[in-house]
Design a protein around this ligand. Sequence first.
Ligand code: BES
Ligand code: MN
Ligand code: ZN
Length: 477
Amino acid sequence: MSPMPAIRLARKAPATSEIDGLPLTTEQVKNEDGSLPWSQIFAQGFKGALGESAMVTVDGSVRCLVGMGDGDDVDSAAWRRVGATFARAVSRVKAASMAVTAVTEIEALSEGIMLGAYCYNEFKSESPKATLKTVSLVGTTSKKAHASVDTGRAVAEAVNFARDLVNEPGGSLTPERFANEAKRIARQPGLSIKVLGMAEIKKAKLGGLLGVNRGSDLPPRLVELSYKSAKKGAPTIALVGKGITFDSGGLSIKSSAGMATMKCDMGGGGAVIAAMSALPSLKPGVNVKAWVPMTDNMLGGDATRMGDVLKMRNGKTVEILNTDAEGRLILADGLSLASEAKPDAIIDLATLTGAAMVSLGRDYSALMSNNDNFAAQVEAAAESADELTWRLPLPGRYRKLLDSPIADMKNIGGPYAGSITAALFLQEFVADGIAWAHLDIAGPAFADSVQETGPKGGTGYGVRTLLSLISNFTALE
Ligand code: BES
Ligand code: MN
Ligand code: ZN
């Protein structure tokens, strides 16, 4: 994991800080007071908008101005972005301080700082020299503020862990290594883990996972993680994540451009495992069980062929007509296992379809669900996490698009509504009566330009939504 800056709470600015941060609203910029060098500020075009920063010199010391946007609208999402913008702007110094006035948003602010300071240097032979080591938040040292910093750190650490997992290349983050990362975080109290290897996966009849793995030289894994809450009678939520460590498309091979970023295809599984890693710190009053099937999708000599029929964990059969529609095959077995545990609700996360990006662009995930109450909880969680999502319908009338002449269904649904037919496929593996939501994160899992709270590459999308969903989950009747 890339190092995160320490956040200190202080009454006065420390003498060691090299740069002071000053959050300013657009209103404050408009009504310039006498204490700042406004000509310098305006020369940089600084307007105080969210995500903006500018460096100015005041009495010989450097100040970093950070835009807060409209003063009436500074919520926790804005403070998270202020923190991230500040950390990015001062990333080359060792110590910085920032005056804090909005004491209630220390959690979002410190979370943002630790997200903004993230970079992925694992494969650089020379890592950048000076990096941000400490940020002092000046203004309060209360117990509550310390607790907020700790929560912010737990969340940011999980998001950055998910980013690391996505950023690691497919030839490096093999299913075996991915499972070992899950084992590493599962050493924390409150978490337990079971990892199935090839023999156990065969015994468990995970036909979807085995079918996708057939073209690979690397053995698959199935990770099962559990968090047991100390609370009596706590409800149980199940997480399932797509863990394709690299998606070449299989025999339905992708173009070079199409597979260039396909190391991101375990983004759903990465978000699930990373969210689990924060639960021992956050201690929610909810039991959580997670399943992440892991394999790459390759085209070795015995790869699944067009027209092959797979028999899945729940007994249903699937005719394979496009080996690039592999995510739904491994998720199907994950959803069957999750259903067998009879949780109060299931949510799965997957970089599942390019069609999700065609519908909603890079920034939104597509949400589909069989339960309005649970879908509303997911939407509320995404909103509070500042992660964009948009619900699409899940119409039973489209199920016929998956009909196969020789098996129970085929694995593709035709040219239209690709995200919906993929979700309808998944629904076949969710036991009747269980509330279920599916987040297609193909767009937001991987950023091809700098984000509001981090660099290009893995975003850790979904971790914060999951943590918020788990923390606020109420079982449905
Ligand atoms: N992993 C891809 C989806 C994807 C595309 C994620 C781009 C992130 C960015 C998935 O396995 C896939 O290939 N889906 C196919 C499905 C099709 C063959 C029905 C797609 O979207 O083209
Ligand atoms: Mn694919
Ligand atoms: Zn895929």
